[in-house]
Ligand binder design. Sequence first.
Ligand code: TLP
Length: 348
Amino acid sequence: MEIIDLRSDTLTKPTPEMREAMASAEVGDDVFGEDPTVNALQEKIKDLTGKDAALFVASGTQANQISINAHTQPGNEVICEYRSHIFNYEAGAPAMLSGVQLHPIYGEYGVIKEDEIIEAIRKTDHHFPQTKLIALENTHNRWGGTIYPIENIEKISVIAAEYDIRMHLDGARLWNASVESAIPIKTYARYFDSVTLCFSKGLGAPVGSVIAGSESFIDRAHYYRKAYGGGMRQAGILAAAAIYAMENNVERLREDHRRARILAEAVNEMSGFVVNLRTTQTNIVVIDTSLSGKTAPELTDEMQKEGIKMIAFSPTRIRAVTHQHITDNDIDKTIEILKSIASRRSHN
Ligand code: TLP
């Protein structure tokens, strides 16, 4: 049976053209700073983000955790959104590696209200941790790939400056936000002291993320990358895939967004399934199953038997992500199978 795998855009495999670029990459020892392809990638990221320096790292999680450590001291507090990746999916690393505590705030569609940020910022008092960092996520994964509006980012950056707090952006899917909103990555990056980007999601590279920031910030990030065992040697093979992805796969993301929208609208029409179409802004579709009489894991098991893979995000929510290997035909087939599951269920 042919499998349509919608669990994540991280599942994308390098294409023959990308493998060709990897195979012919010039390499050197990047721990000595001598890998020409890694250096070329970091230069490209400086241009793209408008930051003074950039550092290639192994993963999005490593990029976030290095950034948190480089911005804080143990005992500090980091404000983030309640459904953010750093709070939910990074293995408690802020506490484990940086000794900081997170202060999660619920934000509708992943967007935290500015007055709630002001309320969360700790006053100077010996009882309180010091708020050192505000971390935002764009697009916001667990909210369904929502785009953080630039006006809200700007307002938060003004508050951060007023309180002398740094700003970090988890931009694992900032490419998707930028393509969809037509706002350049540089414009988003302007409001942050550090920005991460991933090549291994919708862009289709096998491995790799990057952090961009000031010279002194990236210098500290370099130190933590070493401490986390993240210094890679002939990493140019991976950087070549990242460069290929940046040059060839960014505009293509529009196709993923279009297909996600078709899937979201069709599923929302099916009995027992609800998709909040306001959240389907990029390549992620979140299906609420609470009215179906079945749990999300029961439904994903049922789908899997028919060749469709999605992730049960919670007992009542399923996530589907479109990506490079998902075609129009796959979307039609997925809709057909979900329809039959929905109608079978409503006739039981
Ligand atoms: N997210 C993965 C899972 O961990 C949930 C996925 O399948 O979406 N920031 C954001 C917003 C992410 O969505 C992810 C990956 C990361 C960071 C971490 O990237 P990696 O997996 O490279 O450590």
